[in-house]
Ligand binder design. Structure first.
Ligand SMILES: [Ca+2]
Ligand SMILES: [Ca+2]
Length: 312
């Protein structure tokens, strides 16, 4: 797997049989175990919407910018592609419609592509690949990246009702991994990085660079017995982190009956790896999400998510 552009040691897992399924949560069965991982390997997805500064910069709420990332080992010519949301279409390969300055239409392997709204000094020190017209509402938008055949290649904020999965005024919304699905677990609010805005304030985000959350968030795998879960079951997990020792990670195991909106802890304060004998008999039966969550001392976190049926 290529890691160029990510600049940190690769994350590889010793668990066999792990499949990456279209960049979403990967599930495989190995020796009767079900494995799930939400943070997986770059290269699974191709070009993704990787960061959205919908809240602008400190300098201006209009100072919005958007970052694409090519997770593949090949250059991608985005001529004929478009980035769209309600009322806005930004052609990526031509100066028309929402695009009024086009400097590049090829994204290098493991390279970034930066779209700045209105002017090039939205992000100082990083030239925009495209300067575009079009506002992202603070009340939320669904962004779609379309290839020349109109197929949706990537989305951002799909399914978020009434706002955005992450980000705020002056801070971006960063995807935690190029391979992460577009859901409530996959986005983090940007932190101060190496670029300045038009007024000289530090941008909270990483325009044209690897996302801070990708460089610093724990990765976690988990395993559970297959089939409906009844009685006492063994819930195993394994977490690691690109820049934090494993002994400093804290893991919790959680159940959600509402698709992840709220998590009910089964057990908290666990070490980076281990297994827990969970007595499911005290939990209401039904379709649930099981969520293993690892957090580091800096507040970076990652999850593994698996849909399951509690048998009661
Ligand atoms: Ca970034
Ligand atoms: Ca970390």
């Amino acid at each position: 797997m290529g890691t160029k552009g990510w600049g940190r040691k690769g994350l590889t897992w010793g668990w066999p049989g792990l499949r990456i399924v279209g960049g979403v949560i990967a599930v495989g069965r190995v020796g009767g175990l079900v494995l799930a991982v939400a943070l997986s390997i770059p290269g699974a997805a191709q070009v993704v919407i990787n960061e959205v500064a919908w809240g602008g910069t400190e300098a201006s709420p209009y100072g919005e910018w958007i970052e694409l990332y090519n997770a593949s080992d090949e250059p991608v010519d985005v001529s004929g592609w478009a980035l769209v949301w309600e009322g806005v279409t930004i052609p990526l390969g031509e100066e028309s419609g929402g695009t009024f300055v086009l400097r590049s239409h090829v994204i290098e392997p493991h390279g970034f592509f930066l779209l700045e709204r209105g002017r090039d000094d939205t992000v100082v020190g990083r030239q925009a690949d495209i300067i575009y017209r079009g506002a992202l509402s603070d009340r939320g938008e669904t962004l779609r990246l379309l290839n020349p055949w109109g197929e949706v290649v990537s989305t951002a904020n799909l399914g978020c009702e009434g706002g955005w999965w992450a980000g705020e005024a002056g801070a971006s919304m960063e995807r935690v991994s190029p391979a992460a699905p577009d859901d409530r677990f996959s986005w983090r609010t940007g932190i101060p990085g190496g670029f300045l805005d038009a007024a000289g304030a530090v941008i909270r985000g990483s325009p044209g660079e690897p996302n801070a959350c990708w460089l610093s968030s724990p990765r976690i795998l988990m395993s559970l017995p297959p089939g409906p879960l009844t009685g006492v079951i063994s819930w195993a997990w394994q977490a690691q982190d690109p820049d934090t020792p494993a002994e400093d990670l804290v893991v919790s195991l959680n159940v959600s009956y509402d698709q992840g909106v709220t998590l009910q802890p089964v057990v908290e304060g666990l070490p980076a790896s281990g297994s827990f004998d969970w007595d499911t008999s005290g939990w209401p039966p039904g379709e649930v999400l099981l969520v293993a969550r690892a957090e580091d001392p800096d507040g970076f976190w990652g999850v593994a998510v698996l849909a399951a049926e509690l048998g009661g």
